[in-house]
Design a protein around this ligand. Structure first.
Ligand code: NCD
Length: 312
């Protein structure tokens, strides 16, 4: 059977997402033995800047006992004209079992997975997907509220260019949350409406009803300057500040995948808000990534259950 990869959350069934979150919670409660991935070689292949995601994967890999090689983009032969397929073959021939990759091009991990005989984990591709970020966001919501079904979650800002938003919409819908996307038409076109997701232009209307807000950075590096909104207009309409924080429900939480831009999508008042969960999100990332590595390499229980049903 081909090795499982995690390219986006639609690779996983709702049962598998639930199992993954449960495994991450178990690792949070008690660290697993550092032998889960003994003798499994993992390569981290990041072609784009990353503070949180890179470090979080590196820590997770160490905690499950994998052998880890970091391959900086300048050091890989992709720049010398080697194809992705040849790189994949070369790494597999050395016994590499998993590749964690981030790339500015949407779809890069998919092309790698087609030729690599092992697990590929997408750590962010272009504006397309960032499944482990969405999983850590789901874990944060689940640990806060107990369940995700029925939660009212609003994603605010640059939805169009955000791989975090795309993967989160998948995951939140799969687990039964009520999702609202909030932003200006340049960053959230009407065409982004999908089944079960509401679009709202007016943030103030959403605040009193949301259980959780996910703020997003304006992804300047992915936006043609012609459509970049004026930052003054953006801040006036969408920045979370003291006045807007006061409109939130008492138990509401505010999340951000980082890196955040002070003064643009939030003011420093947010850091003093009791429901600000950025640090928890970052911390949960390590447990989620340990769980992803464990379940991809060692197998999902839910898949084994399905296998038993099929063979019965
Ligand atoms: C995000 C990313 O790189 O996709 N950050 C992250 O991984 N936590 C979001 C961003 O760049 O704005």
């Amino acid at each position: 059977m081909a090795a499982r990869s995690l390219l986006d959350l639609d690779d996983l069934s709702s049962a598998e997402i639930t199992e993954l979150l449960a495994r991450a919670r178990a690792f949070h409660a008690a660290p697993p033995p550092r032998t889960l991935l003994r003798d499994v070689c993992v390569v981290n292949l990041f072609f784009e800047a990353s503070t949180r995601t890179y470090t979080s994967f590196a820590i997770a890999e160490a905690r499950v006992g994998a052998d880890v090689v970091a391959l900086p983009p300048g050091a890989s032969s992709l720049g010398k004209g080697e194809t992705i397929a040849d790189t994949a073959l070369t790494l597999a021939a050395m016994g590499v079992r998993a590749i964690v990759t981030r790339h500015p091009e949407s779809g890069f991990p998919y092309r790698l997975a087609e030729s690599f005989d092992g697990h590929v984990i997408n750590a962010g591709d272009g504006r397309h997907a960032h499944p482990t970020q969405a999983l850590l966001d789901l874990l944060t919501l689940q640990m806060e509220f107990g369940t995700i079904a029925g939660l009212r979650v609003a994603l605010v800002g640059d939805i169009l260019h955000s791989r975090v938003a795309r993967s989160n919409v998948f995951g939140l819908c799969a687990l039964g949350a009520e999702v609202t996307l909030v932003g200006p038409p340049t960053l959230l076109p009407d065409a982004m409406v999908c089944a079960g997701v509401r679009i709202e232009r007016n943030l103030d209307r959403v605040l009193p009803e949301a259980d959780a807000l996910m703020l997003l950075r304006i992804q300047r590096e992915r936006i043609a300057s012609a459509v970049l909104p004026s930052l003054e207009d953006y801040a006036r309409n969408y920045r979370l500040d003291a006045r807007r924080l006061a409109m939130l429900r008492p138990k509401a939480i505010v999340m951000h995948p980082g890196p955040y831009n002070r003064g643009v999508e939030l003011t420093e008042d947010v850091f003093a808000f009791p429901g600000w969960r950025y640090a928890q999100q970052v911390s949960h990332g390590v447990y989620v990534r340990m769980a992803v590595l464990d379940l991809l390499v060692n197998g999902f229980e839910s898949a084994r259950g399905a296998e038993r049903v099929r063979s019965a």
